[in-house]
Design a protein around this ligand. Structure first.
Ligand code: SAH
Length: 395
């Protein structure tokens, strides 16, 4: 039986954790010399000032979120069996929705595993570890993944910038099998390509799957402009489901090359054009030229990276909504998305509404959505509902 060191909450602190959230902030705990000296990633038991223990978690004295809880019992053994049972539960939750093995298998806190993300591409898994606590548990994570999923290839994509805050080095390597330069993704009946080692995040954004499918329903007979198209998630599906003309815009040349390959592989290349450009500039150019599209999509990178960027980010979302609305055809559709954790949904909706009005357009929001069921939200952590996707029918 392990005996983890004890972390104590200050009097009357840790209200969120006591209510069921898995996070304990550094200002909520007694940070004495003994606590400060614990190595980043140490497994700990958390005790409130009085009452029952909060359970087992991992600690990092350097992190603002000092403890992330893993188990509601103290002295829990966090090993192969712990991860195997979490992976089996995550797998069962995906099996209800996906007949093919292309999905986010583990979504950090949403699957009870803070600091760990795993995207599955059939027989290849891309594992992303973002905290010192999870890094220290790499061995049982990989052992349990082999036991429960048995993928041929496992890639550790441990190069997210947030790792530096945890004192972790960036690295990318194959933990099992090889590291393919690109892999095929099957989604919504289309075939795409992703680069698991050099692409953004794990190489593919599964979070927009349902929103892409929704756009596909509108595609027959409608032209599409996909701003921030990356490897073609929305654009390819639009063309595949009957859009006569699709233009994808992105600043990344490697992403656009994969989108172009996907267009060829789906037999729709003649109806697709991929353009390397800065989106704001391209939208201004298109608007000045009087060009419009029946469906306009804008799914940008996060404009609000931290709380202090909120106002600047909000202005950028507003401007993007205005420019995107200005190239949306009469009786068209406009999809606006934000993946910023720090941008609350209500504020995003407000900025988009103002942007639309400033473009002199009226419309109605016909869909308000987020990520799909392979991105579960922790009910006590609204931050984990990071994706906001709004669809307007524009007059
Ligand atoms: N919609 C995509 C995901 C978009 S991710 C999908 O469904 O998969 C954000 C994309 O924005 C990235 O591909 C990145 O290369 C691109 N990007 C970031 N800043 C940009 C800019 N200023 N202009 C154009 N593209 C940009």
């Amino acid at each position: 039986m392990p005996a983890h060191p004890i972390i104590r909450l200050k009097p009357r602190e840790g209200r969120r954790a006591l209510a069921g959230a898995p996070w304990i902030f550094s200002n909520e705990i007694v940070m004495d010399a003994r606590t400060k000296a614990l190595a980043p990633g140490t497994l700990v038991n958390v005790l409130p000032e009085r009452g029952e223990p909060l359970g087992t978690g991992y600690f990092n004295p350097k992190s603002l979120i000092a403890v992330r809880l893993l188990d509601s019992v103290p002295d829990a053994e966090i090993g192969d069996a712990f991860f195997a049972s979490h992976f089996a539960r995550a797998l069962a939750r995906r099996a209800a929705f996906f007949s093919e093995h292309f999905y986010r298998l583990v979504h950090a806190e949403g699957d009870g595993l803070p600091g760990l993300t795993i995207d599955r591409f059939d027989d290849l898994c891309v594992v992303q570890i973002t905290t010192a606590g999870m890094e220290a548990l790499s061995r049982p994570i990989l052992a349990a993944l082999n036991e429960v999923v048995a993928p041929k290839h496992v890639i550790l994509r441990n190069d997210t910038p947030s790792r530096a805050l945890e004192g972790l080095e960036p690295y990318v390597r194959a933990a099992r099998g090889e590291m393919p330069a690109r892999l095929a993704v099957a989604e919504n009946g289309a075939r795409y390509f992703a680069d698991p080692s050099g692409g953004q995040k794990t190489g593919w954004y599964y979070d927009q799957r349902d929103n892409r499918a929704f756009i596909a329903k509108l595609a027959p007979g409608r032209t599409v402009l996909d701003c921030y198209c990356y490897t073609g998630g929305f654009a390819i599906l639009g063309a595949k489901f009957g859009a006569p003309e699709v233009v994808g815009v992105d600043s990344s040349v490697p992403a656009l090359a994969l989108a172009q390959e996907a267009a060829a592989s789906n037999g729709i290349a003649p109806r697709c054009k991929f353009v390397k450009a800065e989106v704001f500039e391209e939208l201004e150019r298109l608007a000045a030229a009087g060009e419009t599209f029946d469906i306009v999509i804008a799914d940008p990178p996060p404009f609000v990276k931290s709380r202090k960027d909120l106002e600047a980010g909000a202005r950028a979302y507003r401007k993007l909504a205005r420019l995107a609305a200005s190239v949306t055809a009469a009786n068209g559709y406009l999809l606006l998305a934000s993946c910023s954790h720090n941008m609350p949904r209500e504020r995003f909706e407000q900025e988009c509404a103002i942007g639309l009005a400033r473009a002199g357009r009226r419309g109605a929001m016909i869909r308000e959505a987020g990520a799909g069921p392979d991105h579960p939200i922790h009910p006590m952590l609204p931050e984990t509902a990071y994706l906001k996707t709004l669809l307007y029918a524009v007059d």
